[in-house]
Design a protein around this ligand. Structure first.
Ligand SMILES: [Zn+2]
Length: 332
């Protein structure tokens, strides 16, 4: 950032995760003046993570020599459902000590500026729509393949969540009615099959059938060491068992995307998260499945592409949310 930006307004963006959190100061163009990541402190009783986020924002303001009066809003992304109207964190499966916490009230008390609360999948989708791979379109579906499966839908240049905040929860599309049990209690959700545990379980079942794989040499009998990342790397190295797991993953993602396409008619589909690093093998299988099964849509499968912003998406999205909410509130 040049010296010319010294007096401009900034927002602070916080992307709170279960193991790490990222904080940044961003201007209206989405340029990060500064950003940093930290370990998320944990406690069973107290919302330590929020206190740490406040301290991190104050630390960055000082470090970047940003005068406090330049801070005009704070955006906070949370890994779970939130109520943007009341500013309360509804449920945070990875940080349960935050359940029911009035985060907006608490942070507004600390900073004296408006604070806006969003779900992390909402923030990641907004980030890609404004600053990432989706910046040239108005309608997109985003899928993040991680420990869970996050999702988001943008229609007419807005990320939509619906009145009960569940629109775009692509991870809970049912892709196999008799499939494994999902964390939500249902059977056969996309997340139960292509989330972290689903992918690892499928690889383990194939190993238990006596199939040969370099994964066996890597993790030995300690199956807890098996991760989607290791499987993705083994697939890239040509390991047949790992390739099958990645291809099965692509198949189920493809099936879910066919449903997304008929429901939302997107211009673009973005895929992010760890296993997306499996690259062509995963994307080829997803595209082939969509080409074969999305018959009425004529969707161009070349428009299924990787997301761009990686693990910074949540921070950029929290900033975009803060700017846009601030402006909408101001003009009303
Ligand atoms: Zn589910």
């Amino acid at each position: 950032m040049s010296a010319g930006g010294k007096g401009k307004s900034v927002v602070a963006a916080v992307d709170l995760g279960g193991t790490t959190f990222t904080v940044g100061m961003l201007d209206r163009a989405g340029e990060a003046l500064t950003s940093a990541s930290y370990d998320t402190p944990r406690s069973h009783e107290e919302p330590l993570a929020l206190g740490a986020a406040v301290a991190a924002v104050q630390g960055l303001l000082e470090k970047a020599a940003v005068k406090p009066e330049r801070l005009v809003a704070v955006g906070l992304g949370i890994p779970g459902p939130v109520d943007p109207e009341t500013g309360v964190i509804k449920q945070c499966p990875n940080l349960p000590e935050l359940d029911g916490i009035a985060a907006v009230e608490m942070l507004e008390g600390e900073f004296g500026v408006p604070v806006f609360l969003g779900n992390d999948a909402f923030c990641a989708t907004l980030a890609e729509l404004r600053y990432g791979a989706g910046r040239d379109v108005e309608n997109l579906v985003m899928l993040t393949l991680g420990t869970g499966v996050g999702g988001g839908i943008a229609l007419d240049n807005k990320v939509r969540r619906g009145p009960r905040q569940i629109m775009g929860e692509v991870g809970h599309l049912i892709v196999d009615p008799n499939g494994p049990k999902c964390g939500c209690g249902n059977h056969g959700c996309l997340e139960a099959i292509v989330g972290r545990d689903g992918i690892v379980d499928r690889a383990l079942r194939l190993l238990e059938q006596g199939r040969k794989s370099i994964l066996e040499d890597q993790v030995g009998s300690d199956h807890d060491k098996l991760t989607p990342k290791l499987i993705a790397e083994a697939a890239q190295a040509g390991d047949e068992l790992a390739r099958q797991v990645v291809q099965d993953t692509g198949y189920y993602v493809g099936v879910a995307l066919c449903d997304c396409i008929v429901l939302t008619d997107p211009d673009l589909i973005l895929i992010g998260g760890g296993i997306a690093a499996a690259g062509d093998l995963l994307f080829d299988t997803i595209r082939r499945t969509v080409r074969h099964r999305s018959r009425i849509s004529g969707f161009d499968v070349a428009k299924i592409i990787p997301a761009e912003l990686g693990n910074k998406a949540g921070m950029y999205g929290a900033a975009a949310m803060a700017w846009e909410e601030l402006e909408e509130g101001g003009s009303a």
